[in-house]
Design a protein around this ligand. Sequence first.
Ligand SMILES: Cc1cc2nc3c(=O)[nH]c(=O)nc-3n(C[C@H](O)[C@H](O)[C@H](O)COP(=O)(O)OP(=O)(O)OC[C@H]3O[C@@H](n4cnc5c(N)ncnc54)[C@H](O)[C@@H]3O)c2cc1C
Length: 287
Amino acid sequence: MITYKLYEPMKEHLSFACGGNAKFFVEPKNTEELIKVIKDCKKLKRKYFMLGNGTNTLCPDEGYNGVVISTKKFQNVLLTKYNDKVFIAVDAGVSLFKLNKLLADLGIDGLEWSYGIPGSIGGSVFMNAGAYGSEIFDFIDFVEVYYRGKTKKLKKEQINFSYRNGGLKGKVILKVGLKLISRMPQPVREKQLFYMKKRIESQPLNYPSAGSVFKRQDKIIPAEIIDKLGLKGAIIGGAKVSEKHAGFIVNVGSATTKNIIELMEKIEEKVLLENKVKLEREIIVMK
Ligand SMILES: Cc1cc2nc3c(=O)[nH]c(=O)nc-3n(C[C@H](O)[C@H](O)[C@H](O)COP(=O)(O)OP(=O)(O)OC[C@H]3O[C@@H](n4cnc5c(N)ncnc54)[C@H](O)[C@@H]3O)c2cc1C
């Protein structure tokens, strides 16, 4: 039997720690249950939203009038080794923290740059998450999706991904296949800690946020522009432009989603007016 929670507070599932309730909230245990939930949504004409770790997502204050489907229970990792090459099939709900821990234990190289990104692998592929010159699609072999009533294994070449966009809109990510290289455990852990230290030094990790709010565009670095415009510390309600990293908006108290959206709009207007740059948002609002 599939259990749905009613009027689930989304602030408990989103790293921004704000927003209203989801009318229905469900954590399918396996692909069969997930497909059943989606089919039921279609039959009952209910909209649905796929949720990983909620670290790039906002829920409107008035709530989400549909079904939020969490991938938290999709947690298997299957690993195959050929000499120093490693193929890993990771269920959508596995967090990058868990995956990195496993890779460090086994001495498998490649994803250290992602240590500290708090998302799930499913959300990270949907967003094509990246940092320090790498992105998740650099390591993708295939993505298994549920789309138009069918499960399909898409090879990397079949996916139209781009910067911070996995090109999988409308598709449900079930599993992700990665191609990595096997090395010695110690350097992997050391590299992970190196990247984590960089994050701790540069990011406001003591406040709820969803990471960088705006996407980079070629040579345009939103955080630099925002900083130069003197917007660090700008505040609307409980939403504030971080003093530590101008690319982050943080929840310094009881921010509402409206506060965060209004602050994003204020930044966008000022950057357009002063720099003639149209910022693109990285953050997703459930709708
Ligand atoms: C402190 C902090 C630091 C961060 N640093 C970085 C960084 O360095 N680089 C970076 O790129 N991002 C960063 N982020 C943002 C975020 O962690 C990433 O975008 C992450 O990959 C999102 O994963 P998630 O599981 O939390 O996604 P969610 O927020 O749960 O979802 C994001 C999007 O993916 C979709 N989605 C999730 N799972 C699935 C699925 N199984 N099938 C289909 N669609 C799905 C959702 O519908 C939504 O549209 C940071 C965030 C925080 C809070």
